[in-house]
Design a protein around this ligand. Structure first.
Ligand code: DX5
Ligand code: ZN
Length: 220
């Protein structure tokens, strides 16, 4: 399986954000993962639509916007307008997730549901007909640089089986604590889009790191 590497810019040097994005693009990344936090759903505050609009100008890679905010219905459309290709929402932040997902697709973006480590798959399976991707959180949302939660792996395996059995065109993305030394297990479980923040941006040679991640992942 050919994996996609999505560096999370949360760990980039924000004083040189354009250069950092160009650098991971040149280093072979397929997507750019953008973590949006509002200080309500999670205690951290990060990036708004204005920044996404600027990022859109420096890369042609798909922008994978992960909304960790209490009002995705209000702000989702703004991020799509700013250039987001993918929008992930946490179902617990939506009044009716199916309506939110439908709206994202109507506005021309791909829709994804984010599943926290303590949320069982059964709770989100009913959204599968309405999504293009399921984002499996391998840390609790809020901060970069946290330790990978091993217990999520069986859930990724289960999701993979359900998607195959139901023949659904859904990608599985894994996000949190993934680095070159544990990516193989995540891919083996069934993830094909791999988010990595500190695992890439805190290393000195992005091309070498991404090559090692890809080698380890694609072996599976
Ligand atoms: C966590 C974010 C992740 C995080 C990944 O709330 O959704 O995308 O930035 O960073 P690392 O790879 O450092 O765990
Ligand atoms: Zn994320």
């Amino acid at each position: 399986m050919q994996i996609k590497i999505a560096p999370s810019i949360l760990s980039a040097d924000f004083s040189r954000l354009g250069d950092e994005i160009r650098a991971v693009e040149e280093a072979g990344a397929e997507w750019i993962h953008i973590d949006v936090m509002d200080g309500h759903y999670v205690s951290n505050i990060t990036i708004g639509p204005v920044v996404v609009e600027s990022i859109r100008k420096v890369t042609r890679l798909p922008l994978d916007v992960h909304l960790m905010i209490t009002d995705p219905d209000k702000y989702g459309p703004e991020f799509i307008k700013a250039g987001a290709d993918w929008i992930s929402i946490h179902p617990e932040t939506c009044e009716e997730p199916k309506t939110s997902l439908k709206k994202i697709r109507e506005l021309g973006a791909k829709a994804s549901i984010a599943v926290n480590p303590d949320v069982p798959l059964d709770q989100v399976e009913r959204y599968f007909p309405d999504i293009d991707m399921v984002l499996m959180m391998t840390v609790f949302p809020g901060f970069a640089g946290q330790a990978f939660i091993e217990d999520v792996l069986p859930k990724i395996e289960k999701a993979k089986k359900v998607i195959e059995r139901r023949k659904l065109p859904i990608l599985i993305e894994a996000d949190g604590g993934i680095k070159a030394d544990n990516i193989a297990r995540v891919v083996e479980a069934g993830a094909e889009v791999i988010v990595s923040g500190s695992g890439i941006f805190k290393t000195s040679d992005y091309a070498d790191t991404i090559r090692r991640m890809r080698e380890a992942g694609n072996k599976k």
